[in-house]
Design a protein around this ligand. Structure first.
Ligand code: NAP
Length: 436
């Protein structure tokens, strides 16, 4: 290490689960990082809310005033690990305006304000890195910015929420109900006391918005992502999916074609012998398809202090190399192309649905008639349970590819038939193979 070179002074905003992990790495690996980067990396100031909590960093480094980090001339680089938008947006913006490089792990911030903050960074000659915002320690943002840059990306299929993947794995492997599996996830610390953000798809939607923005080079607002959670899934759907050769996953999907970009998060039947469906527990995985690459799968731990610090400290190493060589934004993340986002009604998919009907002759013909008039072609139809006490039977139908609007019209038509008790589940099907 060149001891004459000025140290890089890191300011941190937040010292919670992730922040404490990053601080441990900076303090524990200070000499190897310094050797590698040719100058010392020192922890300057750390913003927290509560100065009285026991922490793993010297108390003299703690402050409850954001200005000590973001406005201080003694800080070169800011790591934002507060979470949420307010006050993180203001603090990140001010840091950039003050000429400080920023690393953030904040998916909500980048999904909602990524373009604006990247523009401010560009205007002030700074870097804004956010590898940890999607997929924890799995390299995703870096590959999109750099390694996959020669490709036209056409598809992303991602399992990017560990909590829901844990719940769905328990439902698949052990026949647990949604509520049993959620309770277990909460006991193990995988689910928040309020699991809404995870189980209703919001967290996956933020992450998909970031990935799709990077892949397709334009802003994808998180509110444009179609969202459906996993609360309504029933144990029998997992059994039937298995019999049909599929596993149910909460899939974040984005595809681009001449008609625009589709962005959707919902449970889907995924081909069971394909790698993505074998990603279990809290693991994450992202499958990317590009015109030159074909497809590639990135998988690993998507959260936790270790994996997240791995991504944040890697961004820090990249950034300090930029500082050393007096450059920035060598390969910028581009979010500036105008994109047309397809309405969900225009999405094309195959479908699985489950219907309870009167157990008598002629019912299937009536359902077939509705499908024919709404343009839905049936690929397979299986009669499952019959309930003699109510005189009803359950049938499961798989369709060929259809437009979402047509499928919804078919479901409404089928639900309205007097021989139909109810349409119990409607799920989309993703037939992924190694040949794609
Ligand atoms: N947890 C993960 O595994 C994970 C993985 C990937 C990305 N992320 C992202 O990383 C970020 C941080 O997550 P986390 O799990 O580390 O959160 P956390 O445990 O709740 O920590 C938040 C930290 O920020 C501080 N803080 C919050 N609001 C503040 C305010 N207004 N003023 C001063 N300090 C404030 C808290 O101070 P006190 O300590 O005083 O309360 C705490 O130290 C989030 O954007 C999250 O989405 C997390």
């Amino acid at each position: 290490m060149d001891r004459n070179r000025a140290p890089v002074r890191v300011g941190m905003l937040g010292l919670g689960t992730v922040g404490a992990g990053v601080a441990d790495v900076l303090q524990g690996k200070d000499s190897s990082l310094g050797r590698r980067l040719g100058r010392p990396i020192v922890l300057g100031k750390v913003l927290v809310r509560d100065l009285n909590k026991t922490r793993s960093v010297p108390s003299g480094l703690l402050t409850a005033s954001a200005s000590d980090v973001i406005d201080s001339p003694d800080i070169d680089l800011v790591v934002e690990v507060l979470g949420g938008i307010d006050p993180a947006f203001d603090y990140v913006r001010r840091s950039l305006v003050n000429g400080k490089h920023v690393i953030t792990a904040n998916k909500e911030l980048m999904a909602n304000h990524g373009l604006e903050l990247l523009t401010v960074a560009q205007e002030h000659g700074c870097d804004l890195f956010f590898e940890a915002s999607v997929g924890g320690g799995i390299p995703l943002i870096g590959p999109f910015r750099q390694d996959l840059a020669a490709n036209e990306i056409t598809e992303i299929h991602a399992i990017i929420n560990g909590t829901t993947n844990y719940i769905l794995t328990r439902m698949t492997e052990d026949g647990a109900s949604f509520h049993q599996a959620l309770e277990e996830a909460t006991e193990k610390g995988y689910a928040e006391p309020d699991p809404t953000n995870d189980v209703d798809g919001h967290d996956s939607a933020y992450k998909l918005a970031i990935l799709a923005s990077l892949a397709f080079g334009g802003p994808v607002p998180p509110e444009a992502v179609y969202k459906e959670g996993i609360r309504h899934l029933s144990t029998v759907d997992f059994d039937y999916a298995r019999e049909l050769g599929y596993t149910i996953k909460l899939l974040a999907t984005s595809k681009r074609d001449a008609g625009g970009v589709e962005v959707r998060v919902h449970p889907a039947l995924v081909t069971r012998d394909y790698l993505l469906s074998q990603v279990s527990g809290v693991e994450n995985a992202v499958r990317i398809k590009g015109d030159l690459l074909g497809h590639a799968l990135f998988a690993g731990r998507g959260a936790g202090p270790g994996p997240t610090s791995s991504a944040i400290v890697a961004d820090l190493i990249d950034l300090v190399h930029n500082i050393n060589s007096g450059t920035h934004a060598r390969i910028p993340a581009r979010f500036d192309e105008g994109l047309v986002i397809k309405p969900m009604s225009e999405v094309i998919s195959r479908y699985y649905f489950r219907v309870w009907v009167a157990d008598r002759a002629g019912v299937l013909a009536r359902i077939g008639q509705v499908c024919a008039t709404t343009g839905i072609s049936i690929a397979a139809l299986v009669q499952k349970e019959a309930d003699p006490s109510s005189g009803t039977a359950e049938i499961v139908i798989l369709t060929h590819a259809a437009r979402e609007a047509d499928m919804q019209a078919a479901v409404a038509g089928i639900a309205g038939l007097e021989v139909v008790d109810r349409v119990a589940t409607l799920l989309r099907v993703e037939d992924l193979t190694d040949e794609d």
